[in-house]
Design a protein around this ligand. Structure first.
Ligand code: AMP
Ligand code: MN
Ligand code: MN
Ligand code: MN
Length: 285
């Protein structure tokens, strides 16, 4: 049977709900052969996930999902096969986490002005010592009954123009790609169909991305429809980018983004793993 690749997932080291070990155990039981842990702006979960991967005999790809500001909006760049010990990468990520800390305080203050008390403390409690993401604020707000579900809480509180939204600059696109490359990794544009970009803006992004050393587009994502998968495969071909696949799993609470349950890649594209060394842990060729 073909190996199942899932090259985009989160643990409690960022905004996922499972510990890195729990994530790996769940991936193994879902039949995933090669899993990438790609937490937002941190590699803190990689060591634990790597140890668990040995135990469960699956292959763990060390990854990260870097927050980038490009063209006046946020774009996520996944790094795969990185060395987490690389100082250039770690310095870059540390800068982003510093911005996150300040932003979390600011989100808390803004929500307080709207009469919502204790949001910063509530989000921190959900983050349990890890970096604070808007997802943690969203979980607090849902708990407190401010919205019925995550989608609504983002829509009403945490997106542009809403009280809990704080604008700011994340990493520069070329810098993020540079950090990934210096750490020996490959850069991938995450969930490209989710940016609500015009075709021409997306083409400009992909051109700049490739120019700066990016190599792949996440053609398959849980958030992509079948039509979007084909559209993104076409973009990958047009820009001579390889294709990646990832569930963007954040936890069992969101069953529409399940580990390893991914649409097939169109046969026209080149999978990013086509030139990877075989993974010994997974026992696959
Ligand atoms: P941050 O990087 O802290 O700004 O948070 C972004 C994270 O929020 C993403 O990685 C998603 O996990 C989550 N997110 C963004 N938009 C939504 C949404 N509409 N519904 C649920 N989760 C969302
Ligand atoms: Mn997330
Ligand atoms: Mn993302
Ligand atoms: Mn993600």
């Amino acid at each position: 049977m073909a190996t199942i690749y899932d090259l985009h997932s989160h643990s409690a080291a960022s905004d996922g709900t499972l510990t890195p070990s729990e994530l790996v155990a769940r991936a193994a039981s879902a039949g995933v052969g090669v899993l990438a842990l790609t937490d937002h702006d941190t590699t803190d979960g990689i060591e634990e996930a790597g140890n668990a991967a040995l135990e469960y005999s699956i292959c763990l790809v060390a990854g990260v999902e870097i927050s980038v500001t490009w063209g006046g909006q946020v774009v996520h760049v996944v790094g795969l096969g990185i060395n987490p010990g690389n100082e250039v990468l770690q310095e870059g990520l540390a800068g982003l986490r510093k911005f996150r800390e300040w932003r979390a305080g600011e989100i808390g203050r803004r929500l307080q002005r709207e009469g919502i008390e204790g949001a910063y403390e509530g989000a921190s409690a959900h983050a349990r010592g890890a970096l604070i993401s808007r997802t943690h604020f969203a979980r607090f707000l849902v708990d407190q009954g401010y919205a019925d579900d995550m989608r609504k809480v983002f829509k009403h509180y945490l997106t542009k123009g809403k009280p809990g939204h704080v604008a700011g600059e994340w990493a520069d696109l070329a810098d993020a790609i540079g950090w990934i490359r210096q750490a020996g990794g490959e850069a991938v544009i995450a969930h490209p169909a989710r940016y609500s970009m015009t075709r021409s803006k997306l083409k400009r992004l992909l051109g700049e991305f490739r120019e700066a050393g990016g190599v792949a587009l996440e053609v398959v994502s849980s958030s992509h429809s079948r039509d979007e998968v084909f559209a993104m495969a076409k973009h990958a071909l047009d820009h001579r980018l390889m294709a990646s696949v990832g569930s963007d799993f954040h936890g069992p609470e969101t069953p529409w983004a399940a580990l390893g349950r991914l649409q097939p890649l169109p046969p026209t594209v080149t999978p990013i793993w086509s030139d990877w060394e075989p993974c010994e842990q997974a026992g696959t060729a």
